[in-house]
Design a protein around this ligand. Structure first.
Ligand code: ZN
Length: 376
C-alpha cells in the first residue's frame, strides 16, 4: 500500500515509515497555524515567533500521531498480532498489522488502544497548558500546549466515530463479532456505517467548498473518499477470507478444460478454439502428457500472416513454475500469487498430468456466488 514510504527510524522493533504525502500535511499544518490560528488566539507576536510556534506544534502533532499508532502496535504485539511497522501518510497514521486479529477481543483492545492514547495525550497537554497559564498568563508555550490538547482530543473523537476503517468502526465490528459470532456479518455492518460516514463527510466537504472554505472542503472530501474505499475493501477482503477458508485450488478449478494438440496450426487455434469456445488460455496436451499452454500473449508475438503455417508446437509456452500450480495449493495462497505476479490464469498440474485450469475470474465468480447466497 505504501510503496513510496521512507523508513525514518525504528522504536522497539517497530519500523517507523513516512509516506511523502505526509510532508504536504506538515507544510499545510505549519502554514495554517502560523498564518491563521496562532495570530488569532495570541496577537502582537513577531512572524518568527508564530513560525516557531507552528513548527513546534506540527512536530509535536507528528509525535502524537506516532504515539497513537504505537499504542495500537504495542497492544497488538502483546496480544500476538504481528506488526510490520507504522506508516504516517496523508490522513494520519497506519499501524500495519501483518494479519487480521484472530478474535473479537483482540480486535477490540487493539482498536481501542489508539484513541485511549490520544485522550491521555489531550489530558496531559491540557494539564500542562493550565499549569503554564497559572505561572505566566497566556504565552506562546501555553498556546502551543493548548493547541496540542485540542488536536489530540479531536484525533481521539474522530477516530472513535463507529465507521470502519476508523478505530471506532473496528470497535463496533469487534462488538458485533463478539455478540453474533459472525465476523463477516460484523464487517459488513461496520463497513456500511463507514460508507454512510464517508458520504456525510464528503457532503460537508461540498458545502464547505461552496462556502469558499477551499482547503477544509477538499480535505473532508478526500478523507471521505479514503474511508469509502477502505470500507468497501474491508468487506471484500473479509468475504474472500471466509469464502476461501480451507479451500484448495482443486475445489474451485475447472476440470476437463478444452485442450489442444501441438499439431494444430495457429489459425485453427484462433478459429476453432479461442473464438468458438470463447477461451484465451488453453493447455497443450499430447498423448495425455501436458506440455504447456497457449494464450493471447504467445499469439501476440507471432505475425498474423504466419498463423496458417505455424503450429502450436513451435510457439507454445512450456511448463514452468510461473503458470502451473498444484491442486493442493490453498486458494488464499493463489490470491497472494496473483497479487504478486499479476498472472491471472494457471494450469493445475500433477507432474506432467493436467488436472484442470483456474483463473482469477473463477475466484471472483465464486466470491460473487458466496455473497449472493449470504444475502438470499
Ligand atoms: Zn487509530
Amino acid at each position: 500500500m505504501f510503496s513510496n514510504a521512507v523508513k525514518l527510524f525504528s522504536i522497539n522493533g517497530f519500523d517507523i515509515k513516512l509516506d511523502p504525502s505526509w510532508l504536504l500535511i506538515a507544510a499545510l499544518i505549519t502554514w495554517t497555524l502560523s498564518q491563521g490560528y496562532f495570530p488569532a488566539i495570541l496577537p502582537h507576536q513577531s512572524t518568527g515567533t508564530y513560525l516557531a510556534m507552528a513548527l513546534i506544534a506540527m512536530l509535536c502533532f507528528f509525535a502524537s500521531l506516532l504515539l497513537h499508532e504505537l499504542a495500537h502496535s504495542v497492544v497488538a504485539r502483546r496480544l500476538g498480532v504481528p506488526i510490520k511497522g507504522i506508516t504516517l501518510f496523508l490522513f494520519g497514521g497506519v499501524a500495519e498489522l501483518e494479519a487480521e486479529p484472530r478474535s473479537a477481543a483482540v480486535e477490540f483492545w487493539v482498536a481501542l488502544a489508539g484513541p485511549v492514547m490520544s485522550l491521555a495525550l489531550a489530558l496531559g497537554f491540557w494539564i500542562l497548558a493550565q499549569l503554564s497559564e497559572t505561572l505566566a498568563a497566556a504565552t506562546p508555550v501555553s498556546m502551543v500546549l493548548g493547541y496540542l490538547a485540542l488536536i489530540n482530543l479531536i484525533l481521539a473523537l474522530f477516530n472513535l466515530v463507529p465507521a470502519f476503517p476508523l478505530d471506532g468502526g473496528r470497535v463496533l465490528r469487534a462488538y458485533l463479532w463478539h455478540r453474533k459470532g459472525d465476523v463477516l456479518a460484523a464487517t459488513e455492518t461496520a463497513a456500511q456505517s463507514g460508507t454512510i460516514f464517508a458520504y456525510v463527510l464528503m457532503g460537508f466537504g461540498l458545502v464547505a467548498l461552496f462556502n469558499g472554505a477551499l482547503i477544509a472542503g477538499l480535505w473532508q472530501i478526500m478523507i471521505g473518499f479514503f474511508v469509502l474505499m477502505a470500507a468497501r475493501a474491508a468487506y471484500q477482503t473479509q468475504l474472500a477470507k471466509v469464502a476461501f477458508d480451507h479451500k484448495t485450488v482443486a475445489a474451485l478449478m475447472q476440470r476437463d478444460p478444452i485442450v489442444i494438440s501441438p499439431e494444430m496450426t495457429l489459425s485453427e487455434f484462433v478459429n476453432r478454439i479461442m473464438l468458438r469456445h470463447n477461451v484465451s488460455f488453453v493447455p497443450v496436451v499430447e498423448d495425455g502428457v501436458l506440455l504447456g499452454h497457449m494464450d493471447q500473449a504467445v499469439l501476440a508475438g507471432i505475425d498474423r500472416e504466419h498463423w496458417s503455417n505455424t503450429r502450436v508446437g513451435d510457439v507454445f509456452a512450456g511448463l514452468d513454475g510461473q503458470a502451473s500450480i498444484s491442486g493442493e495449493m490453498p486458494v488464499q495462497d493463489l490470491m497472494v500469487r496473483i497479487a504478486d505476479t499479476g498472472r491471472r490464469k494457471f494450469l493445475v498440474v500433477d507432474g506432467h498430468q493436467l488436472m484442470g485450469v483456474i483463473s482469477l475470474a473463477d475466484l471472483t465468480r465464486y466470491l460473487r456466488l458466496s455473497d449472493l447466497v449470504r444475502h438470499r
